[in-house]
Structures are given as structure tokens and as C-alpha cells.
Design a protein around this ligand. Structure first.
Ligand SMILES: Cc1ncc(C[n+]2csc(CCOP(=O)(O)OP(=O)(O)O)c2C)c(N)n1
Ligand SMILES: [Mg+2]
Length: 343
């Protein structure tokens, strides 16, 4: 079952909208950060899609389009020193944690100036200087890395947290269960964030998963499991904040399941024979996280259309600059092929 909240609306006065959504507590700078982050991710992934289809990008890419509210909402609660661990669908998390767009795009283009000198591509971008422990081509490969990082911070007496993003499919891997148990036994500061986008490659969630909600699994490990509408950035931000604060206080791990939908194919070029266009259109109708944010802040008269358009234009410009940088960057030297390879 797909749970979405309908977008707010229409006839209420701006004051009522603000009260109803609890918007009065949001500083304008935070709202702008939500919007800018979601737009940057959207614009970045649209460019990646376009250039991949034009044959400019090698390898494989998985897009985060439609899931932006999750990365932007959760990561807005983190500091630079907190850790995140991402997935194969990692551009959104990496951008939200503050990575350099130019080095990201150059990596995706396979260029020397990229994060991995062009040898890793989309699924291997990491930036330890901002606490981004890495995307991961291995489904379920991130649970133990994030849990280990949380153990390290606990042993060092710091109050940082580790957030691991993972898909509904990844929740069926043994690594999820091992990490969840250990994090709970040792009260580690980990937030497990499931992005339930209803599909794992070609398989619908309900055909491969024994529970209706991934959050139900938290009970098996004695931790809280919370379900949230993953396309509502306000809900994601507020629910993740409670669980992150709890982890910082030393009260242990928890699981947040964000219900969302994978708008695009599993990878760019996916023929999508396992679902119909009607299904995609029906689910996506009026549930775009960026549109929903815009409706809320416009109804509440927190931003004008012109102000939103200006933020959109400036986010788009940053992505254009990254693209230009990547296209003009150098190819790696052939003599560098085995550098950094450990065997
Ligand atoms: C261990 C492992 N098994 C299989 C794959 C192939 N694979 C890549 S993504 C994917 C589906 C993952 O689904 P989910 O965890 O729901 O994430 P989503 O792609 O929906 O974001 C699979 C099976 C892999 N990369 N690693
Ligand atoms: Mg999935």
C-alpha cells in the first residue's frame, strides 16, 4: 500500500495554513535550504539522465528523482561531523551532505578531477571531509559501515550520529538484520532510513517482503520504527529530528521508513516492462515532493513565486557549472589505471 498525504490547500488563509502545518517554527533560512537542496538534486539528476542518454556518461546511473524530500529532510538535521552512508542511488544524499557538485559530476563523467579520479563513477562517490562515507554498489553494503562508524563515535565519546539510507529491497539482506541487532544491543547512535520506493529493480515490494511495513521490523530488534510520508519534507524533517536527537542522547538506534515511489526506471535505460505508465502517472499525480513544498509555502505566504523562481534559477546555474567543469575535465591517464587498486 502506498501512503501519501494529499497536498494542502486552497481556501485556508495564509495564517491558518502556517498554523496547520506548524510552519511558524521554521526559520526562513531552513525553508530555503529545503527547497534549494531538493532543486539541486532534481536538476543534477535531470542533467545526468540527459547526458547519459546522449552517450556522454559511461557505466550505470540510478536517479533519485521524486525521492528528494528524504535526503534533504533527514540530512538537514545533521552537522558536518555526523556520518551518512548511501546506496547505489546516492546522488541525492551526497548533494544534501554538501559534496562538491563539480567533483561529483566529473566522477560520473569518468574524469580525473572526479571524487575517485574518474575510476568509481556514480556508485562510489565518498567525501570523508563532510562525513559522507560513500555510495555503495552492493545492495545492503552500507549497514555495517554506518554501524561501525557509530560504534567508533561512541567509543571516542563524541555525540555524533550515523545515518544509513537503504531501499526496501536492501531490508531483505542479512546485513540489515545483523547491523540492526548489534546497534540495538550496544545502543549505538544509528538512524536506519528506509526509502521504500515500492520496487527493488523489477520486483514490487509486496512480492518480496514478508511485512506490510519495513518499520514493523524494528520491533524485532527492540528499537522504535516510525513510518512517514517520504514525499512531505516537513514530515521527514520532523520525524527524523526526533530519532536523531534520541540517538544523540545515547538512547540508541531507530528505524524511519519513508514511503515514496520510484518515479524513474531502476536505472537510466530501464525498459520498465514490469509496470505500466498508468501506474506511474496515477501514483505521481500531485505527489511530487518539490511541488508539494511549493504549494505549502505559497499557501502560507512564506515565499512568493518570484522568490522561489530565483532560488530555482540559482540551483540550476550551479548544476550547469558542474556540468561544464565535468565536460572540460581531463580523462585519467592510462598509466594511472592500477593506482589505488589493492589486491
Ligand atoms: C548484493 C547485491 N545484490 C544485487 C544487486 C543488484 N541490484 C542493484 S540495485 C538492486 C535493487 C535494490 O532495491 P532497493 O534496495 O529497494 O533500492 P532502490 O533501487 O529501489 O533504491 C539490485 C537487486 C547488487 N547491486 N548487490
Ligand atoms: Mg526500492
Amino acid at each position: 500500500m502506498i501512503i501519501f498525504r494529499k497536498r494542502g490547500g486552497g481556501s485556508l488563509s495564509a495564517k491558518k495554513v502556517k498554523e496547520k502545518k506548524g510552519l511558524n517554527k521554521y526559520p526562513r533560512t531552513l525553508l530555503e535550504q529545503f527547497y534549494r537542496t531538493m532543486l539541486t538534486i532534481r536538476s543534477f539528476d535531470k542533467k545526468v539522465e540527459e547526458k547519459f542518454l546522449a552517450g556522454e556518461i559511461p557505466g550505470f546511473v540510478h536517479l533519485y528523482i521524486g525521492e528528494e524530500a528524504i535526503a534533504a529532510g533527514v540530512i538537514s538535521n545533521l552537522s558536518r561531523e555526523d556520518y551518512i552512508q548511501s546506496t547505489h542511488r546516492g546522488h541525492g544524499h551526497t548533494i544534501a551532505k554538501g559534496a562538491d557538485l563539480k567533483r561529483m559530476m566529473a566522477e560520473i563523467f569518468g574524469k580525473k578531477e572526479g571524487y575517485c579520479k574518474g575510476k568509481g563513477g556514480s556508485m562510489h562517490i565518498a567525501d570523508l571531509s563532510i562525513g559522507m562515507l560513500g555510495a555503495n554498489g552492493v545492495v545492503g553494503g552500507g549497514f555495517n559501515i554506518a554501524t561501525g562508524a557509530a560504534l567508533a563515535t561512541k567509543m571516542q565519546g563524541k555525540n555524533n550520529v550515523s545515518v544509513v539510507f537503504f531501499g526496501d529491497g536492501a531490508s531483505n539482506r542479512g546485513t540489515f538484520h545483523e547491523a540492526a541487532n548489534m546497534a540495538a544491543v550496544w545502543d549505538l547512535p544509528v538512524l536506519f532510513v528506509c526509502e521504500n520506493n515500492q520496487y527493488a529493480s523489477t520486483t514490487p515490494y509486496m512480492t518480496t517482503t514478508s511485512v506490510e511495513n519495513i518499520a514493523d521490523r524494528a520491533a524485532g530488534y527492540g528499537m522504535p520504527g516510525v513510518i512517514v510520508d517520504g514525499n512531505d519534507i516537513f514530515a521527514v524533517y520532523e520525524e527524523s529530528q526526533k530519532l536523531i536527537d534520541r540517538a544523540r542522547r545515547g538512547e540508541g538506534p531507530s528505524l524511519l521508513e519513508c514511503k515514496t515511489y520510484r518515479v524513474k526506471g531502476h536505472y537510466v535505460g530501464d525498459p520498465e516492462r514490469y509496470r505500466t505508465k498508468e501506474e506511474v502517472d496515477k501514483v505521481c499525480e500531485s505527489n511530487d515532493p518539490i511541488d508539494r513544498f511549493e504549494c505549502t509555502v505559497l499557501d502560507g505566504k512564506l515565499f512568493s513565486r518570484e522568490e522561489l523562481d530565483a532560488i530555482k534559477a540559482s540551483a540550476g546555474k550551479e548544476v550547469e557549472k558542474a556540468l561544464e567543469f565535468a565536460r572540460n575535465a581531463e580523462e585519467p591517464e592510462i598509466s594511472e589505471l592500477f593506482a589505488g587498486v589493492y589486491a
